[in-house]
Design a protein around this ligand. Sequence first.
Ligand code: MIC
Ligand code: SF4
Length: 643
Amino acid sequence: MALTITEKILSSHLVDGKMVKGEEIGIRIDQTLTQDATGTMAYLEFEAMGIDRVRTELSVAYIDHNTLQSGFENADDHRFIGSIAKKHGIYFSRAGNGICHQVHLERFGAPGKTLIGSDSHTPTSGGVGMLAIGAGGLDVAVAMGGGAYYITMPKVVQINLTGKLRDWVSAKDIILEVLRRLTVKGGVGKVIEYVGEGVKTLTVPERATITNMGAELGATTSIFPSDEVTKEFLTAQGRGESWVELSADEGAVYDEYHEIDLSTLVPMVACPHSPDNVKTVEEVGELKVDQVCIGSCTNSSLQDLMKVAYILKGKKVHPDVSLTVTPGSKQVFNMLAKNGGLSDLIDSGARILESACGPCIGMGQSPNSGGISLRTFNRNFVGRSGTADAQVYLLSPEVAAISAITGKLTDPRTLGDMPKYEMPEEFDINDNMIEPPASIEESDKVEILRGPNIKEFPVADPIAEEIKASCLLKVGDNITTDHIMPAGAKILPYRSNIPYLSKFSFEVCDDTFPQRALDAGQGIIVGGSNYGQGSSREHAALVPLYLGIKAVVTVSFARIHRSNLINAGILPLNFENAEDYDKISQGDELLIPNVRQCIKSGEKMCLKNLTTGEEIPLVAELSARARDIILAGGLLNFTKEQQ
Ligand code: MIC
Ligand code: SF4
């Protein structure tokens, strides 16, 4: 049978279930990654599972999110992660070495392998033909322990790329076009596979920009074939031996087909406040700009920054604009320094930041009040930049760089001919910021260094037979994990302190929610479609758990957040009829009877709105394994029961 790339990798890693679309399958995970903002919790969970040494081929712990050390908290967490990594067989990429996805692509990503990471942009490594999926920290902990990772067997979408990008149009414009067409929920339950003649015209970093931002489609992941371009990239990274050829078979059948003629694309922007609110630069017009930020795991490769350096060379950043540039990794940073590009950036007036997530997650560089910020990042949700009323636009490094000079949104095609970028034949390889783990013999001697920032995390009780609680919060469509559990410099240091974090839950929607929830003791949240899109942070489930949320009832969920709710022991439920969303108001008293019985039997549940007297049918859509997890009170309890 002719197979897609996705089907090839899934079938070679299948350990549980059948490859029937829509059914749950368990796959073997070759590699895992964590970052510090989700990692501290993931390693606490890993510890709670009592496993001595990781059972993957490779596990890496990165420090890249919480690098603003404005108190002891982040530094303590870094030390904790470093020590636990050393003890349990995990490589440790230290603060300053770069953004997890950029470094993983450079140093570890391998075609045909599976990777899960406690970060939603893990699909970046799909740029080298790896099946790389974002997951909750607990799922990563289980995979580190050798457990399978469970996903719904995805539909596979083909995006056929034809033609070639025109000068000054870039990979970012390709993914913005995909987002424009498919929207932020268009990828849910799907893997996006890129095929066609146009693929050959794209370098690995360009492919990685596209797979990275596939996360914003809600897709399970995105993947490119592994071809000669991949081979050259891996060889230049000194890892030619990890290359294998990988492409879809002739005649492979896809669930959806799309075609993009690259030669028709023009520079684009995603306007506030959603990555799918895409317009052409021309349509938006000459917007006056306050800030330009270049970097993030989407656009911080050497190729991206060399283009930026070329545009800025001999020019001056506009006096009304603050420009920041973040090289994605130490490798990029150092190569830029050695080839003189860095000097061009510094000369122009760019503010150079360390290789980390930085402004992308609100760790510094918040824009001025009502500021217009152009960013090469992947998310522009309200408040994410740290300034509640900022207007964030997402775009390519080329548009960002030229706009930083002119002070207004500018189409880079006004720059004349674009010089051809040549990929280096050899990257600068120096892994001295990646600490290897202790040997098995030495690991006993490694002490785990825990700071006072680490507090106990909540574990659910097995779900009750009846849920009687009020609707503590009703929210609309496309609620992001940045709404549920915001990030940013002020609270990100408390990712291992759930009680403290809980004070900020849903702050952007209703800042009375946390206290009302604590007062009520238990509650239900009601949401619209695509609830929980965005980050993989399991804190968006652990915090509601701590606040007594027993069930979340929505029109539909985003994939990772739904799994995180189940893992935490919170019941995710869907309205059988989407219109019933209107039959519940915030404050209504609700009753869901026979919960355990319905979960066991798979029968529909009936929610009684005790305030209005209406009865609302709900569906749980739980796989057999998810049912057992919910009944056990979350994945940790379930895993312990199984052990
Ligand atoms: C993000 O881009 O939202 C983050 C911060 O990288 C998150 C992870 C987190 O919240 O720690 C993600 O994408 O999963
Ligand atoms: Fe870091 Fe931003 Fe990438 Fe998230 S999206 S991993 S915060 S750079």
